[in-house]
Each structure stands twice: as structure tokens, then as C-alpha cells.
Design a protein around this ligand. Structure first.
Ligand code: 13P
Ligand code: SF4
Length: 379
């Protein structure tokens, strides 16, 4: 396992505040059968779960894996899940684009979204015949909450004739009003594609102001955007990067494009969660810092034992609502089903399909760093 050096205060991760007997409370026990079935899994999380804690967790893991078989279910785990969820019960792991592709492809009957609500909606939009469950209905997103379908209709009235691109971090209602979706993996590709297809020099890109600013710095297409922010990434600043570099000379700084542009100006590389993970795997830097959600460092560190990680810990309160306990409960009771009205689903699907039809990139691309701040219109 890689060495992880905390930078700044370390908040308590909900998984670490797990109730004393989560398995027993659900009638599950650490029997010889459970032990035999889960012993091989322990090394995957031995840096995050102590041997003392394992007997409390293993029955939940076994219970989830048994229920998955019974229900023909898969767990789609976003890169921001805690390592127990990500490594022990996730059948597919990745960024929002990879999880959307997986939701469209899977043969399973049930999808459990170990992520946030907009991701579960995306799965339902792409796989209407499947049952999509979210372990906690409160797992939202500040970007998705920043804009409504009615807002988009007003924007279209005031900017008619321009294509509307929406980040996948939005509700189905918002997607239904847009021409195409994008993720942080393909935002520049999508913006340039629609500008060319529509024969225009400007595009509306909603709702993340910082992602839009960072996209604008990477293209000649002019961008009109909204004032949404990710409550996790907006906390990072260029000053943070300078402090990290002072404390850790030689550290390689990687940032997510939902961070403010002054962070990308100071970073060595920027990209989606998968692009950051790919960078670490390919380049094996001696010491690295990931300016994104806290758990991501743990998940990437587990796969890159030779790399040292400096870890500033900004938690996404929505992602952190998902736990082994509520994944088990969701599968046991088939609860918190996510549905999307059919008329909305069909229109939202057209926007997602337009994105998925674009050529798949061999490696997740990076954003330009040290770029000048791009000008754009924020509504
Ligand atoms: P990715 O698409 O990079 O996985 O990002 C999703 C997200 O919610 C980032 O905050
Ligand atoms: Fe939304 Fe930010 Fe959380 Fe991602 S990290 S789900 S963008 S609030």
C-alpha cells in the first residue's frame, strides 16, 4: 500500500463512524462459512479496516454478494466511494462516463448505484427495464441542485439557436431540455463537436461555472454558462497548491476540472477522476496530490503501492451517504428505487445517447494547465 500523508484537518468519514454491530443488527453473523467466503477479500482493504473490525464488516460484504447473485444485481461504484464499498462490493468502478456506459451495457436486472442520485437517474434513463436502486435517497449533488428544467427553458428563450450542453451532474428534467450531455472526461470534445455540427461559434454549457471556465481555456468555442458549483471542489484554491508545494517539494499536483481555474493554473495535470487515476498509473510519480474528493486518494493509492500520496481531505457529503450497511438494506428490501417519468426519460436519453455516440477516446484526456483565465458569460 502507498504511504498517505494527510494535509490539513482529517474529517471523520461516515464509514469510520460505523455503528458497533452493523451486521448483528441485521441478523448477520461472522460464521465459519462467512469467514471462508471472505478471507480472500480482506487484503483488498487491510489498510483501511483493522483485523478487529473485519468480523463486523465481513458478514455485510458476504450478505451483499449473496443478495447480488439472488437478485441478479450489479453495484456500480463511483471513484469517490470509500474503499470498503469500492473494492469489496463494486462490480464496476469508474468515473461518471464509465458508469453510464456500464449501465447501458449490463445484462443484470438490478443496478445498485453506489454514487449519487443523478448517476442513478442516468442508469435508469439508459436501462428503463432494469430496477435501479440508490442506497440513500438523500445522496444529491450541489451542481444538480443548482439548476432546474424551467431555468434551462428560460436560457433557451434568451439564447435561441445555440446548442445546450449539460454536464451529467444534473437532474433528468434538465437533461431532457438539453441537446447533449457531457462529463468531465469529454466536455471539450462535446463542446467542439456541437459547435461544428450546429455551425456556431458559441455554446451553452451548464451548470458548472468552473468546469465551463476550464473548458473555455481549452477551446476556441465561446462558452455561456450557469453559476453552479461543486461544493467539494470549489473549496480548493491556487493558494492551497502553493502551500502543498512548499510543504512537499517535488510533489505532482493533479486537479479535477470542477476546481476553480486558479487551481488548474497551478496544477501539473487536470482531468476527470479516471484521467487522474490513469495519470498516476502511467507516470508513477514519486509523490502526488489529488485535488478532488477525499476517498479517491485511498482508492488510487491502493492500486499504486510505490507512490506516496499527500491527502487534503474534502469530503462529498452526498457520496459519503453510501455505505455497506445501506447497500445491504437496499438489496435486501429492494428499496429506494429511482424512476424517471417516461416522457422526460425519452428526451433525456436522446441527450445522453448523443454523448455516448461520440468516438470513445483511448485514454481519458487532460485539461490544459497553466492556461490563461478564459472569458465567458455566466448567467
Ligand atoms: P467524474 O465524472 O470525473 O467521475 O466526476 C463526477 C463528480 O461528481 C465529480 O465531482
Ligand atoms: Fe456533486 Fe461535487 Fe459531490 Fe461530485 S463531488 S457529487 S459534483 S457535490
Amino acid at each position: 500500500m502507498a504511504r498517505i500523508i494527510d494535509f490539513g484537518p482529517v474529517p471523520a468519514i461516515p464509514g469510520a463512524r460505523r455503528k458497533a454491530k452493523p451486521a448483528e443488527a441485521r441478523g448477520l453473523a461472522y460464521t465459519a462459512e462467512v469467514k471462508a467466503a471472505t478471507d480472500a477479500l480482506y487484503p483488498l482493504v487491510e489498510d483501511f479496516v483493522t483485523p478487529m473490525e473485519w468480523p463486523a464488516i465481513a458478514p455485510l460484504v458476504h450478505g451483499i454478494n449473496t443478495l447480488k447473485k439472488q437478485r441478479n444485481a450489479v453495484v456500480l461504484a463511483h471513484n469517490y466511494m470509500t474503499p470498503d464499498v469500492f473494492r469489496l462490493v463494486g462490480d464496476f468502478q469508474g468515473d461518471s462516463l464509465q458508469l453510464a456506459r456500464e449501465a447501458a451495457r449490463t445484462d443484470a436486472k438490478v443496478i445498485v448505484q453506489a454514487g449519487v442520485h443523478f448517476m442513478a437517474e442516468t442508469s435508469k434513463i439508459l436501462s428503463p427495464d432494469k430496477t435501479v436502486l440508490i442506497p440513500d435517497l438523500r445522496a444529491g449533488c450541489s451542481l444538480a441542485a443548482s439548476i432546474t428544467g424551467a431555468d434551462v427553458r428560460l436560457i433557451k428563450e434568451t439564447h435561441s439557436g445555440l446548442p445546450v450542453v449539460t454536464y451529467v451532474n444534473t437532474t433528468a428534467d434538465v437533461k431532457a431540455e438539453c441537446d447533449i450531455t457531457c462529463t468531465s472526461s469529454n466536455a471539450v470534445q462535446v463542446v467542439e463537436h456541437v459547435a461544428k455540427e450546429w455551425g456556431v461559434d458559441r455554446v451553452i454549457l451548464l451548470p458548472d461555472e468552473f468546469l465551463a471556465r476550464n473548458v473555455a481555456a481549452n477551446t476556441d468555442v465561446r462558452i455561456i454558462t450557469w453559476h453552479g458549483r461543486c461544493e467539494v471542489h470549489e473549496k480548493f484554491s491556487g493558494e492551497d497548491v502553493r502551500q502543498i508545494r512548499d510543504a512537499h517539494p517535488g510533489v505532482i499536483v493533479l486537479a479535477h476540472p470542477e476546481c476553480p481555474p486558479d487551481v488548474l493554473e497551478e496544477a501539473d495535470f487536470a482531468g476527470s477522476t479516471s484521467a487522474l487515476s490513469h495519470y498516476v498509473k502511467q507516470k508513477s510519480p514519486h509523490k502526488v496530490v489529488l485535488l478532488t474528493e477525499c476517498s479517491m486518494s485511498d482508492n488510487v493509492a491502493a492500486e499504486n503501492p510505490g507512490v506516496e500520496f499527500v491527502k487534503p481531505c474534502n469530503l462529498c457529503p452526498h457520496m459519503k451517504r453510501i455505505s455497506l450497511e445501506n447497500i445491504y438494506d437496499a438489496l435486501r428490501d429492494m428499496k429506494h428505487e429511482v424512476t424517471v417519468p417516461e416522457d422526460v426519460r425519452v428526451r433525456a436519453k436522446a441527450a445522453i445517447d448523443a454523448m455516448l455516440a461520440l468516438p470513445k477516446m483511448a485514454t481519458p484526456p487532460g485539461f490544459k494547465v497553466h492556461a490563461d483565465l478564459a472569458q465567458l458569460v455566466v448567467m
